[in-house]
Design a protein around this ligand. Structure first.
Ligand code: AHN
Ligand code: ZN
Length: 334
């Protein structure tokens, strides 16, 4: 037995050493080749983001089945392509609570589509077909421009895309612009009539398995003057660690007026379905001012949701935090 064992070792040991030697060569070469360079967090250009809000509004309301919606889609797709993203148009038909069938599209812009480690960023690109806020009676049957409600989140993500092209990192980033978020029934008693695009995407994600995003950040109404982002309730339930990390980071960057240390109420927004159905931890950065009748900005679901209420500083605060998350994640500092 001892004899056989030592014979085995006699032959096996040199082979083992040879193998180990090769391994070390291979791994050190690989390490040298793939050694990750840290990349500084780029500056989020607020003027650029502001112009992206204005450009969306130039198409008019972006209500599903409308001409403005179609034209905006064409522009968004080509804009992301021009910033070097691989774009997927995820077309789907959505049944609205009215009985109408909406021709809808989730617009997906991918950076490093092969990367395994991925982060999800999202906003909704459609706008509300009416102005049904209880605080204004003006032109309630007319669709709104949605500078903040829709436009702001999309604008921030376009500027993030522009920066990703100018300052490449190897992190996988999936920017998803959900459609048909805001076609829901008035009053909020039927939350599932909203967020039709995110409900569809969560059942048909474009990335699966090992490529499934580690976590996500949703931007909803991130452009108004004096915006206030308390910690939205579902975010704190589904993704508490991410939520606290992002708020801490934002506060360390000086954005304490926006990213307040306060618990916010529950909003059945796109992130709810991504958490619940796709099971990706996702937080919602959403404006919840104090002391308004609706709990949202005074302009919310009114015709005042236009360029006049957009503040570049709010766009910048949110966009700079999102960029900090991505580049710190790449650098291993998040
Ligand atoms: C509901 O009212 C169910 N959700 C609000 C989500 C929303 C509407 N975000 C923007 N507009
Ligand atoms: Zn809305």
């Amino acid at each position: 037995m001892i004899q056989r064992y030592s014979t085995y070792v006699l032959f096996a040991l040199p082979l083992l050493l040879l193998w180990a030697g090769c391994q070390e060569d291979v791994s050190s070469t690989t390490a040298n080749k793939t050694k990750k360079e840290k990349v500084a967090v780029p500056r989020f250009e607020r003027d650029s983001a502001y112009a992206f809000v204005a450009k969306q509004l130039s198409f008019g309301p972006r209500v599903p089945n409308s001409e403005g919606h179609r034209a905006t889609k064409t522009w968004l797709v080509s804009k992301f392509q021009s910033y070097g993203a691989k774009v997927i148009e995820q077309d789907f038909e959505a049944k609205a609570y009215t009985g109408e069938t909406l021709q809808a599209t989730n617009i997906i812009a991918q950076y490093n589509p092969q990367a395994k480690k991925r982060i999800l960023l999202a906003a909704h690109w459609d706008t509300r077909p009416f102005a049904d806020s209880p605080i204004s009676q003006a032109r309630q049957q007319e669709p709104i421009l949605g500078a903040d409600d829709g436009g702001s989140g999309v604008a921030v993500l376009l500027e993030v895309a522009r920066q990703l092209q100018a300052n490449p990192i190897d992190l996988g980033v999936d920017i998803v612009l959900f459609d048909a978020e805001d076609y829901g029934e008035s009053g909020g008693n039927q939350p599932d009539t909203y967020a039709l695009g995110s409900q569809y995407w969560s059942r048909h994600p474009h990335v699966k398995g090992a490529q499934q995003p580690r976590y996500g950040i949703l931007l909803d109404m991130v452009g108004a003057r004096n915006a206030r982002f308390p910690k939205e309730y579902f975010s704190s339930q589904f993704a508490p660690r991410l939520l606290n990390k992002v708020w801490k980071l934002a506060q360390s960057m000086g954005y304490t007026n926006y990213f307040v240390d306060a618990q916010g109420g529950a909003i059945t927004d796109d992130h709810y379905y991504v958490n619940k159905i796709a099971r990706i931890p996702m937080i919602d950065i959403i404006n919840r001012p104090v002391g308004t009748q609706t709990g949202f900005g005074e302009h919310w679901h009114t015709h005042s949701d236009n360029m006049d209420i957009i503040d570049k500083r709010t766009l910048r605060a949110v966009g700079q935090v999102v960029l900090a998350v991505l580049y710190r994640e790449h650098n291993g500092d998040f």
